[in-house]
Design a protein around this ligand. Sequence first.
Ligand code: SF4
Ligand code: SF4
Length: 56
Amino acid sequence: MAYVINDDCISCGACAAGCPVEAISEGAAHYEINADVCVDCGACAGTCPVGAPNPQ
Ligand code: SF4
Ligand code: SF4
């Protein structure tokens, strides 16, 4: 299980700064979460202004 960032992402970078395991990086179209690193803490979802990260 991991969180996934959808196309609503505006690439503000707030979630990447708050991720405790540095699983989030800037991708080609929007920020992306490395599912192999994400520990499912939900911090990114709480930080995001547009609700782009969601549990999958
Ligand atoms: Fe990082 Fe937690 Fe978001 Fe996973 S759910 S990407 S560990 S902030
Ligand atoms: Fe994208 Fe939300 Fe992360 Fe900002 S906080 S980079 S809008 S997913």
